[in-house]
Design a protein around this ligand. Structure first.
Ligand code: K1U
Ligand code: ZN
Length: 159
């Protein structure tokens, strides 16, 4: 059974807050696994390529990144879905690229946003394993957009 959650919309306070870190005691927990499953179902139902917990009214530092080729980014890599707990962008390339973004919380608006082309990110898996990885291009854009949600920033503030 899939669980589709309501998505917070531009203007709602939850989207302006800095989300709280997930505590060690919450890793591997039933509630965190259920939250991520429901976020995944909601993202898929809305045809998104990413989602952040504050968008479903949970002010915690959890994001999902799910790059796939699309009309705007036909060359985007098809990634296995990545769940990131407490993600931190450790490094950003000086080089930036302009690219179109949309947002499940800002319906009917699209805009060109400059983002670092390459980033190094550190995060925890749902099991608490620490991962460091480098993303470039569209996946890097999605991570930056989703981490912005954790800091209370929407893409329209970057246009
Ligand atoms: O966080 C969100 O609101 C989801 C958002 C993620 C995102 C899209 C594009 C660039 C960065 C981050 C979406 O999935 S919007 C819908 C979408 O699939 C899409 C929109 C514009 C360009 C490419 C894809
Ligand atoms: Zn968004």
């Amino acid at each position: 059974m899939s669980t589709i959650l309501a998505v917070a919309q531009h203007g709602e306070t939850i989207l302006t807050l800095a989300a709280a870190e997930v505590a060690k005691s919450e890793l591997n927990s039933e509630w965190l696994n259920q939250l991520v499953e429901a976020m995944h179902d909601t993202m898929t139902e809305r045809n998104g390529v990413g989602i952040a917990a504050p968008q479903v009214y949970v002010s915690k530092r959890v994001i999902i990144v799910a790059s796939r080729p699309n009309l705007r980014y036909p060359d985007a890599p098809e990634m296995d879905t990545v769940v990131m707990v407490n993600p931190e962008i450790l490094e950003k390339s000086e080089a930036t690229v302009l690219g179109e973004e949309g947002c499940l919380s800002v319906p009917d608006e699209r805009g060109q946003v400059a983002r670092a082309e390459t980033i190094k990110v550190r995060y925890l898996t749902l099991q608490g394993e620490q991962v460091e990885t480098i993303y470039t291009g569209f996946p890097a854009r999605i991570v930056q957009h989703e981490v912005d949600h954790l800091d209370g920033i929407l893409f329209i503030q970057r246009i």
